[in-house]
Design a protein around this ligand. Sequence first.
Ligand code: PEP
Ligand code: MN
Length: 344
Amino acid sequence: MIIVLKRDVSDAQIQHIMDSVRGWNLTPNLSRGTERSIIGVIGDEAAVRVKPLEAFAGVESVMPVLKPYKLASADFHADRTQITIPPVRSGDKPVTIGGPEIVVMAGPCAVENREMLLELAAFLKENGATMLRGGAFKPRSSPYAFQGLGVEGLRYLAEERTVIGLPVITEVMDTRDVEMVAEVADVLQVGARNMQNFNLLKAIGRCEKPVMIKRGLSSTLEELLMSAEYVLSEGNPNVILCERGIRTFEKFTRNTLDLSAVPVLKRESHLPVVVDPSHGVGHWDLVIPMARAAVAAGADGLMIEVHPKPEEAFSDGPQTLIPRNFRNMMKDVERIAKAMGRSV
Ligand code: PEP
Ligand code: MN
């Protein structure tokens, strides 16, 4: 930590800062310059971070030297994290997220009914999807909008696992539901709106289920990594990061899909990175180009909304691919994955 002092800082103020730093069992090193003086603080940076240094008279700014995330950081992890989901049915292949294969999580925005879910899952499996997505608990902006089938939706997802065999990723919104959702889900999903629900993150951190954390609508990548840190610091190492678009002033798209998040997160962290172009752009015709771009940018996986009749979907119809377009997308993604030395 470096404390930059004000131009007109007094000796008494410097002394007070130095004494306080020593009082926290850290070592201050004063360096007097002609223009500016600084104090370098040596010791556990996490301990200094929580101190209100900027509140001290004479302090202009405080610059951390280390990153606030440790367990999520690539600096503290020799290898990239790979998360293996065992096959749901014997004879099927396990799914590895963060390995050479690109994982495709596809399915409806929400679980709407049993028949559609099973039929669609069979199609998706046949056409290269590696996981089924579908919300049973839906975080909707309006309390009057469809909130998901809840426990009934979980039952259909559980049935899909036994009948079709695609592993399931589904959202958990409430700490009280973590255990129940984890009984069905192969990967828990923390939605964008819950990215900073710290109690939920801690509860998920105490179970072993892999979790995919979606970037908040107005969250920085550092904040996303800190959310991952919450789960990791509770003991769950199986965290996947997901870029799903952020709020900007642009109106042609629902959100702005920040694809630079992919190389940044992969540089900063060892955790797998998935891109959700469906929520990222909000219009089905933009989903395929952005899915291609995500794979080209180095994403470890894609999350794609698919519905047999998007015009009748209970939620997010406009951004949802019909099955035929999903199949077309897979052909493109396969070619790009190959060019990147990967496969789907
Ligand atoms: C979803 O994937 O079902 C979803 C609600 O997305 P987000 O949390 O990114 O809005
Ligand atoms: Mn959706």
